[in-house]
Design a protein around this ligand. Structure first.
Ligand SMILES: CC(C)(COP(=O)(O)OP(=O)(O)OC[C@H]1O[C@@H](n2cnc3c(N)ncnc32)[C@H](O)[C@@H]1OP(=O)(O)O)[C@@H](O)C(=O)NCCC(=O)NCCS
Length: 166
């Protein structure tokens, strides 16, 4: 298993992953391919987002790729927190391909992402999940997450917030 940065090389795999995704929007949202737009323009938009243009804070995105060069997960590392990320989004967002869940991939991918946050000097690292997302909460706790106060969004969604101290 390894982390790979998005590039044209991963176009077909990215589309296949997205076709398998089981919700209307991708998690993390940085991997959402918009209908009708080319992969090249997606990569250009992602590059702007990663640089922190517009409403975005700088971030770094990776695919989790297996030994068969199949994308099994995706992870977005935000280099800083704004009010929204402090309350809801956290430093790191991730998702695993539906057919590859419950095999330990999210736990491993997060542990690799924490090596990246180490190099970026981010400490402690904030990671969040909705109150009913047991898989994500366990993934965070498997990586040493210590729970802080929850945040309740306007629509009543309770977001659990965890800090990982490095
Ligand atoms: C949440 C998610 C990333 C977990 O990925 P995963 O690869 O299945 O996670 P892991 O295999 O590393 O599992 C971590 C732990 O959670 C448990 N777990 C995973 N899915 C679970 C579920 N649906 N219900 C209960 N426990 C679950 C695993 O058994 C494991 O527990 P253990 O360490 O005690 O054995 C994946 O379900 C997903 O992509 N969901 C949709 C997107 C999402 O919610 N992203 C997170 C946003 S905060």
């Amino acid at each position: 298993m390894r982390l790979e940065r998005p590039s044209l090389k991963w176009k077909e795999e990215h589309i296949a992953y997205m076709n398998e995704w089981d919700e209307s929007r991708m998690t993390p949202s940085s991997f959402q391919l918009e209908e009708g737009s080319s992969y090249e323009s997606y990569l250009e938009e992602l590059a702007k987002r990663e640089e922190g243009q517009g409403k975005w804070l700088p971030c770094t995105n990776y695919f989790l790729v297996d030994d068969m060069d199949r994308i099994v997960g995706m992870i977005d590392i935000r280099h800083d927190l704004n009010e929204y990320l402090h309350q809801v989004g956290g430093h790191i967002g991730y998702g695993v391909r539906p057919s590859e869940r419950r095999k330990g991939y999210a736990t491993w991918m997060l542990s690799e992402a924490l090596k990246v946050t180490d190099t970026l000097g981010i400490n402690p690292v904030l990671i969040t999940c909705n109150h009913d997302n047991m898989g994500s909460a366990k993934t965070i706790q498997n990586n040493g997450g210590q729970e802080d106060e929850s945040f309740t969004e306007d629509d009543g969604t309770v977001v659990r917030r965890f800090w990982i101290h490095r």
